[in-house]
Design a protein around this ligand. Structure first.
Ligand code: DP6
Length: 336
């Protein structure tokens, strides 16, 4: 019989005290992040262990605030943006299932209150910041004194990209190779880039027809182009890290854009095809390419959805604000 730790509960359990203590309440914040080298595909689904390492930039003060306190009425209450969620909702079930990994069989009814300050207009996913804020609040509330490595590993079990949301700035998530995933964790790159701007362009706020989790599974199972993805992602990660170290904006932008397009190529070649783009997405891409032809250093990246994130430096900000008046601009190293 193998003694390998495989389930989330088994992995987490070894870091928990036998009996939990609790505070009156605890509150934590985690920022949202956008991958420049994407996480796409899992080698193990239970623990969200990726097939490739990834690199992201966090979105400053935009993300999730989570507060945990004792529930007065003996039952768990889950709130999202000030609204109590139905206990059958997928949000509520995910939050409770995650908390139960820590609470185990102890009866500690809680109020878990999450507020996202990501502009709804931006069309950004919040599961990364949500699980990271939740794990940080759990750590504080139950006085677990977990290390950042452990926090990143546990956040990953909620959602892969949440492993990166424990940190700010440029963050690399190493895929790791251990079966329990405790080496599949993120760390912060020690680089500031004050002029770095991210422009969020929402072309649709409709719920994605296929979420990232199912999209990844479908791609790895059916796309023959996916075979090439892990090697490309590994090479891109090195290129991106060098470009960041050298402050070479064009090299960084070009690599991030090609990485996103390559990920989308694996999606498009899945079966049934996964095409997240809308005609408006393509129109923005074409405008970005035209602007580049005319000498403006602007690049884009996209996740599993139709919305775009433009990458540019402060010197191009004015011009791009005129080009894309609907864009929300974030300066990750200047936000408070
Ligand atoms: C395209 O982290 O949402 O945004 O681990 O299944 O919860 P799960 O997936 P998730 O996937 C994010 C995919 C991506 C790329 C990225 O953020 O690296």
């Amino acid at each position: 019989m193998s003694d390998t730790l495989q389930t989330k509960a088994q992995v987490i359990n070894q870091f928990l005290p036998e009996k939990l203590t609790t505070k009156h309440s605890a509150e934590a914040f985690a920022p949202s992040n956008i991958a420049l080298c994407k996480y796409w595909g899992k080698r193990a689904t239970e623990l969200n262990l990726p097939t490739n390492s990834s690199l992201s930039i966090s979105l400053g003060h935009l993300g999730s605030h989570t507060r945990i306190s004792h529930s007065e009425n003996g039952a768990d209450v889950v709130k999202l943006n000030n609204r109590t969620q139905d206990e059958q909702s997928s949000f509520c079930r995910k939050v409770i299932a995650f908390i139960n990994l820590f609470r185990r069989d102890q009866s500690i009814p809680l109020v878990i209150d999450t507020r996202n300050n990501i502009p709804t207009a931006a069309g950004l996913a919040s599961s990364a910041s949500g699980f990271a804020a939740l794990v940080l609040a759990i750590n504080d509330f139950f006085e677990l004194r977990l290390t950042k490595v452990q926090l990143s590993a546990f956040a990953r079990m909620g959602s892969g990209s949440a492993s990166r949301a424990i940190y700010t700035g440029f963050v690399r998530w190493d895929m790791g190779k251990q079966e329990d995933g405790m080496d599949s964790v993120a760390s912060q790159l020690d680089f500031q880039w004050d002029d770095f701007c991210i422009g969020l362009i929402k072309v649709s706020s409709a719920k994605k027809p296929v979420d990232s989790r199912s999209g990844m599974d479908r791609t790895t199972a059916t796309s023959s182009l996916y075979q090439n993805w892990p090697a490309q992602a590994a090479a891109d990660l090195i290129t991106l890290q060098k470009a960041i170290e050298n402050r070479d904006f064009s090299a960084m932008g070009a690599c991030a854009e090609q990485n996103a397009m390559s990920m989308h190529a694996t999606m498009i070649s899945a079966w049934p095809p996964l095409v997240y783009w809308l005609p408006e997405s393509l129109a923005v891409m074409q405008r970005v390419w035209q602007l580049r032809e005319s000498g403006i250093a602007v690049y884009f990246t996209m996740d599993a959805g139709p919305n775009l994130k433009l990458l540019f430096e402060e010197s191009s900000r004015k011009l791009l604000e005129t080009e894309f008046p609907q864009m929300d601009i974030i300066q990750p190293f200047k936000s408070h």
